[in-house]
Structures are given as structure tokens and as C-alpha cells.
Design a protein around this ligand. Structure first.
Ligand SMILES: C[S@@+](CC[C@H](N)C(=O)[O-])C[C@H]1O[C@@H](n2cnc3c(N)ncnc32)[C@H](O)[C@@H]1O
Length: 447
């Protein structure tokens, strides 16, 4: 019995030796779902030999076979539902929602190069270039299935303590809420960075939620609203990227609030960019290149000799925190770390895993799961910025499929799994005051 047990299972040190990686890396792989471990009676990780073989084969495939796992998700039937995409940028949400079956009736974007990207790829799209505050959405009243918007987060004034619509005036969130009010779509999806959860001790998010709940039309229709953190690495994207989603379903739509359910696999960087079409990209100054050359795949500044650590980090050397983004080289076996607006920033370095250079524009785009045909307009830095700002296209596909299920009154989908999330408690707009805000800020914190 004991013998069979040892044949089928390896301890963490045996497994790390077999895979040729450190115990720390193996622990990280277990936590992030790259490899599955079980626990023995003593609570220690044990690894099934078949699971080790599966992971070894997956790693080996990058030497022996071509990689075709990079997939941009697309539904077979297209353009069944109408949508408006606000803050459309270079089109991450726009392309993913299109692939999920949405036809955009209007896209709003202020940045000329991002707007040009949208027009280049889809000349037929109605791209309204300029400040969203100037766009009148009332002609779309009752005509649209989905309003989506990744509004940048800004502080509110709270002047009158009303914590409602008026407090948000002058912010881009206000423009998103105004679009929802004017259009009254069946579903809305707001998107933001995870940091919004904690912004101003949660008051900003609470004000947004209450504002969205207080939207009503003359028929008395309103929205039930829920929010959740969504992690791109579990939604067919080779990148760790977390976003806060606010979803609202109109009161006359008979559906629970559905979010895409996390997959139980991840996509490695190798699968995404192991065989990537060539494209322009930045390069490092020679001095920086020589430093990064010393960092192994998956490593960072701590892997440098101490004198070079001190010189490279300068004043940051003595600061606290892990500084885990500094001199960081990505690893082939894991999803990329979150991409930012520029591929070579000192605090958030993302050096290519085996070449000493920043990622190219197309590698950036693939890590955000844009289709290879998607072209980006503007200078190289503007292109990186549009890509780094985007919601990954495949994540937007997952969101779009969840929205379709809500509109169709289904709780399942042929492409992805769905998860019901309870709406937050309804707010009586008369009661939007300080006490209610306090009470709500201690309410549902997810993750
Ligand atoms: C986070 S990005 C959106 C990314 C986009 N959803 C995607 O997936 O590619 C936010 C966008 O809002 C745009 N923006 C900022 N202020 C705006 C305004 N006043 N009117 C319209 N667009 C605006 C920015 O130019 C930027 O492209």
C-alpha cells in the first residue's frame, strides 16, 4: 500500500526535482492552477505522477511541436444583440463583445489614435470621437440591449451628502450612468480597476452602486445590480489581470445576475507568444539590457548580484515592499504579469522570457488576446498604451456571453460556464444618506 502510494505520488521536493524548478515556483504554480496538488493527512502537498507528466508534456511541447493553443474566442452566430461601448479605447471590449454576438451601434472615444484604431479595423462602426459628455444617448432609448463602459475612476465631491447622481456630476462615471439612464438598456456592464473597491474607503464604489440603483425610467423600470472581481487569467487570457465588474439587469428582464465562471486552466505565456508574428517594439538602452540579461526567466531584481541590485534600484533599494515588478523577466510557463501602458517601466518591467528586450506590440496584443488581424493606429507608444489599457478581448467575450444568457433568460451557455451572483440590497433613493452609506460599505466584499 505504502509502496503504491509512493509510486503514484511525489512530495513537493521530488516533484520540483523532476520538473527542474524550485519548490517556491512549484508552490506558486499550485496556487495559480498551473499544476494540481493534493494534500496528505499531514497537510503537505503531494503530486500525482500523471499530473506531473501532463505538465512536463505541456512544457516540452514548446520544443517539439508547433503551438496552436492561442485562441481568440468567437461565437458562430454573430451580431444578434445591440450594444453601445463607452470609453472604447483601442477596442478590447468592442472586439470581444463583437465576437460574443454584439453589434455596436455607437462607440465613444476621446483619444484620436484609439478612435482611428476602431475605424481602421471596423470602418462600418459608428465611432463618435470626442468627449462623451457631449454625446446625446436619448435617440437610443429602449433600442439597445447592452451599454458597456470602462469609465476611469475619479473622486466625488459628496457636497450635499446625498450620495446620488448629483454627487457624481463632472466625472466620467456620471457619463456612464447618464448613458444608462438615457438608453435604459436591458443590461449594463461597468468596468474598472480592482482598486475601486477600496477607493476612498469604499465610499466611491458605494456611491456608484447607489447611483446605478437609483436609475429609473417613466415606466418605473430600474436595475438590480451586483459587482465582482473578475480575473483574466481564468478566462482564456495569458495574463494576470483583475478587473471590477458592475453588472445591472433591468427589472423587467426575468434573469438572475450572471458572471462568467472561472475556468480551471490557465494559458501560459508560451501558448500566447511562443510563435508570435513579428512586429515593431521598443528596445532597452544598452546599460539596462546588460542588467536584465542577468535575470533568469521568472526572476527579478533579487536575482542580480548585490552590487548591481544597489546600483539598478538606486533609492528604491532601501524602500520597503517586495518591488516585485523591478527588473522582472516573465516566465514562459505562467500567464504574463499585468500589462501596463508601456512595456519598459522601471517599477513594472516585463522583459521577454528568453530574449533581453521589451515585448513587441503584437506580443502585447496577444497577451491581451486581440486577434492578430487587429491593427493599432498611432505611434508605437500610443499603440502600447491602447493595448495596455484594454480589457482583454477574450475576457470581454466571456462577459458578452454572460450578458446574452441574461437577455435570453438562460443560466447556461454553450461556450462558457456561468455563475449567479446575488444583487446587492435595493436602495430606497430617499434613504441615500450617510448611515446607509456606512452600512453598505461593510456589506458585500467579494474576494
Ligand atoms: C481604460 S480605457 C478603455 C479601454 C477599452 N474599454 C478597451 O477594452 O480597449 C479608457 C478610455 O477612455 C477614454 N476616455 C477618457 N476620457 C474620455 C472622455 N471624456 N470621453 C470619451 N472617452 C474618454 C480614454 O481615451 C481611454 O481610451
Amino acid at each position: 500500500m505504502g509502496y503504491n502510494y509512493r509510486m503514484a505520488h511525489l512530495t513537493i521536493s521530488e516533484a520540483s526535482a523532476q520538473l527542474g524548478i524550485s519548490i517556491d515556483t512549484l508552490r506558486r504554480w499550485d496556487k495559480s492552477g498551473i499544476i494540481r496538488a493534493e494534500r496528505n493527512a499531514a497537510g503537505h502537498r503531494i503530486f500525482d505522477t500523471e499530473e506531473i507528466q501532463r505538465v512536463e508534456q505541456k512544457r516540452h511541447c514548446r520544443e517539439v511541436s508547433d503551438v496552436d493553443q492561442y485562441k481568440v474566442l468567437r461565437a458562430s452566430e454573430n451580431k444578434l444583440y445591440s450594444s453601445i461601448d463607452l470609453f472604447a479605447g483601442g477596442g478590447g471590449t468592442a472586439s470581444g463583445l463583437e465576437n460574443a454576438g454584439f453589434s455596436h451601434q455607437l462607440l465613444s472615444e476621446i483619444d484620436p489614435s484609439a478612435a482611428q484604431t476602431l475605424r481602421t479595423n471596423r470602418p462600418e462602426w459608428n465611432v463618435v470621437e470626442g468627449d462623451v459628455a457631449k454625446v446625446d444617448f436619448t435617440p437610443f432609448y429602449n433600442e439597445i440591449d447592452l451599454v458597456e463602459g470602462g469609465f476611469p475612476c475619479q473622486a466625488f465631491s459628496y457636497a450635499g451628502k446625498s450620495r446620488g447622481f448629483e454627487d457624481t456630476r463632472g466625472t466620467l462615471f456620471f457619463e456612464f450612468a447618464r448613458a444608462v439612464q438615457e438608453v435604459m438598456p436591458k443590461v449594463f456592464v461597468g468596468e474598472n480597476v480592482k482598486g475601486l473597491l477600496r477607493h476612498d474607503n469604499g465610499r466611491t464604489l458605494q456611491t456608484m452602486l447607489k447611483t446605478l440603483q437609483s436609475i429609473r425610467d417613466e415606466k418605473g423600470r430600474h436595475y438590480k445590480v451586483a459587482y465582482r472581481i473578475v480575473r483574466a487569467q481564468y478566462h482564456d487570457v495569458a495574463q494576470k489581470r483583475e478587473r471590477l465588474l458592475l453588472i445591472g439587469v433591468r427589472s423587467d428582464i426575468d434573469s438572475p445576475i450572471l458572471f462568467p465562471k472561472e475556468r480551471d486552466y490557465i494559458i501560459s505565456l508560451w501558448e500566447a507568444i511562443g510563435q508570435c508574428p513579428e512586429s515593431p517594439g521598443q528596445s532597452y538602452p544598452e546599460k539596462k539590457r546588460k542588467v536584465l540579461e542577468m535575470v533568469p526567466p521568472g526572476g527579478y531584481w533579487r536575482d542580480l548580484p548585490e552590487d548591481i541590485q544597489k546600483e539598478y534600484l538606486g533609492g528604491s533599494y532601501h524602500l520597503g515592499g517586495g518591488k516585485t515588478g523591478m527588473a522582472r523577466r516573465l516566465s514562459w510557463d505562467e500567464p504574463s504579469l499585468t500589462l501596463t501602458c508601456s512595456p519598459a517601466q522601471k517599477q513594472t518591467e516585463r522583459c521577454h522570457p528568453s530574449e533581453t528586450r521589451p515585448l513587441t506590440v503584437r506580443e502585447y496584443a496577444r497577451i491581451q488576446s486581440f486577434p492578430d488581424e487587429w491593427q493599432f493606429a498611432g505611434s508605437i507608444s500610443q499603440q502600447y498604451k491602447q493595448i495596455g489599457n484594454a480589457v482583454p478581448s477574450n475576457m470581454a467575450f466571456h462577459i458578452g456571453r454572460a450578458v446574452r444568457a441574461m437577455i435570453e433568460g438562460r443560466t447556461n451557455d454553450e461556450y462558457i460556464e456561468l455563475e449567479e451572483v446575488e444583487p446587492i440590497a435595493p436602495v430606497d433613493s430617499e434613504l441615500i444618506n450617510h448611515e446607509v452609506a456606512e452600512q453598505y460599505s461593510s456589506a458585500p466584499t467579494l474576494f
